[in-house]
Design a protein around this ligand. Structure first.
Ligand code: PAF
Length: 288
């Protein structure tokens, strides 16, 4: 496995593979890899002859009071996991390579895609994400890039940014990978205390409670949100940041009754650690 540290090295490796007729897929990450990332590596591998994993804890997507310093890091372990997973190259630029002195260019996706959910709670977050993903695409020049559905709003933002900037990158979206108790895998799970970890599966239980009502025919957004909220309230260490229902495609508010696929999205604090999860609720048509 090659270790690439500069944009020039990443671009040269990618172009050489393309000259051999190989497709290149990128899995952008902030490291502290887990099975969710490795599932994206497998997805990328199925669609490309060469897989690059990038590891960069992107300061531009963290607010001043957020967990940039606490964000878990272990490059040696990540390198071993990538090697084992058959990754062809690890791209781990330092902050000065990505944001050199004088850096002044940012990508902003405007409108409903960034107005609500994490966009409302984390001002500037998606500007940082869109900027770094656009830069990673420019540095690695991948044919495809893989993202996880757990970060549903990020997927929507990156999809819009990729289309709007005419970037020739196919987006691959992998399903959320979960622990056996339902907790969605996230690098931030490592920051939970044992007591918080024990209660964290409540996010999935809240999604399941709303989904069960939905499957039973409930279409009222207020009722579905209340089902999720009641489930969350059963975990005393959980402090909901938001529980929201939005249109699954536009991320606009879902309206009082669900008639189109909706994204039920949660963000919940356990102490200083903020976890997110989501489920898509799809009304079926033609049945009565
Ligand atoms: O999902 C993440 O880990 C990050 O937001 C990403 C896409 C690597 C950009 O920094």
């Amino acid at each position: 496995m090659r270790i690439l540290r500069t944009a020039a090295e990443a671009r040269a490796a990618s172009r050489a593979w393309k000259r051999e007729g190989l497709r290149v897929a990128l899995v952008p990450t902030m490291g502290y890899l887990h099975e969710g990332h490795l599932s994206l590596v497998r997805l990328a591998r199925a669609r490309a002859g060469r897989v690059v994993v990038s590891i960069f804890v992107n300061p531009a997507q963290f607010g001043p009071a957020e967990d940039l310093d606490r964000y878990p890091r272990d490059l040696a372990r990540d390198t071993a996991l990538c090697e084992e997973a058959g990754v062809d190259a690890l791209f781990c630029p330092d902050a000065g390579e990505v944001y050199p002195p004088g850096y002044a260019t940012y990508v902003t996706v405007e409108g409903a895609l960034t107005a609500g959910l994490c966009g409302a709670r984390r001002p500037g977050h998606f500007r940082g994400v869109a900027t770094v993903v656009a830069k990673l695409f420019a540095m690695v020049e991948p044919d495809a890039a893989a993202f996880g559905q757990k970060d549903a709003q990020q997927v929507a933002v990156v999809r819009r940014m990729t289309a709007d900037l005419n970037l020739p990158v196919e987006l691959l979206v992998g399903p959320t990978v979960r622990e056996t108790d339902g907790l969605a895998l996230s690098s931030r799970n490592a920051c939970l205390t044992p007591a918080e970890r024990a209660q964290a599966p409540v996010l999935k239980r809240a999604l399941d409670a709303a989904a069960a009502r939905f499957e039973a025919g409930e279409r009222s957004a207020a009722e579905l949100l209340s089902a999720a909220g009641t489930a969350l309230a059963a975990a005393p260490l959980a402090r909901p940041d938001y529980v929201d229902l939005v249109d699954a495609e536009t991320l606009e508010p879902a309206g009082p009754a669900l008639v189109r696929p909706a994204l039920l999205a949660l963000a919940v604090y356990f102490g200083a650690t903020r976890l997110i999860d989501n489920a898509v609720l799809t009304p079926s048509f033609g049945s009565c």
